[in-house]
Design a protein around this ligand. Structure first.
Ligand code: ZN
Ligand code: ZN
Length: 194
């Protein structure tokens, strides 16, 4: 997470709120080094919004990462946790959640009102009606589209195309793309049109 933010020219200390969709490792394991940045470099308040149990899950991740030093780091952090409700406002951002179908844990998708515009963010989800509800009417939708075929508990590229076609007024940014040897696979930080 930290190297990506730097490479994209985004100040990691300028983030007021992180919306976490679920606790799978590929969505959380950038946070242990990120919180270090917020403890030692940018000591300003920030909030992590996430599914039920967000504080317990992340505190145990951080304790596993930093051991007894976590108590010291935690003392320098201005970090607040917030469990996501059906809707709310955090750091001036209005949000609504949609519970998506993903494995056994599920996934909390967000509809975020930013400057009067609607951004939808799925995290991980199969193609099912809640995903359509999540992106309905959004100006921009950031949606995972993992690979061709039938990836377990994720969206396939074929399903991503169909989703895009059902919502022609929405600009889709597909992420979480398989970085492998199949035709169309991407390299690190490569942007492709689909
Ligand atoms: Zn996942
Ligand atoms: Zn994932």
């Amino acid at each position: 997470m930290l190297p990506h933010l730097h490479r994209l020219g985004i100040d990691p200390g300028a983030i007021d709120v992180v919306f976490l969709t679920h606790f799978h490792g590929d969505h959380t394991l950038g946070l242990p080094s990120y919180v270090l940045h917020r403890a030692f470099v940018a000591r300003t308040p920030f909030t992590i919004v996430g599914p039920a149990g967000v504080e317990e899950r992340l505190e145990s991740l951080f304790r596993a990462s930093w051991g007894v030093d976590w108590e010291v780091i935690r003392g320098d952090l201005q970090l607040t946790y917030r469990e996501a409700g059906e809707r709310g406002t955090v750091a001036g951002i209005e949000y609504e959640t949609v519970q998506l179908d993903h494995g056994t844990s599920g996934c909390t998708g967000y509809r975020l009102r930013i400057g009067g515009r609607l951004l939808a963010y799925s995290g991980d989800s199969i193609a099912s009606p809640p995903l359509d509800r999540l992106v309905e009417g959004a100006e921009v939708a950031i949606v995972e589209a993992t690979s061709p075929g039938a990836p377990y508990s994720h969206l396939s590229w074929e399903e991503a195309h169909a989703l895009r076609d059902r919502h022609p007024g929405t600009r889709f940014l597909f992420v979480h793309v398989y970085e492998g040897t199949l035709d169309g696979a991407v390299t690190d930080l490569e942007v492709v049109d689909v």
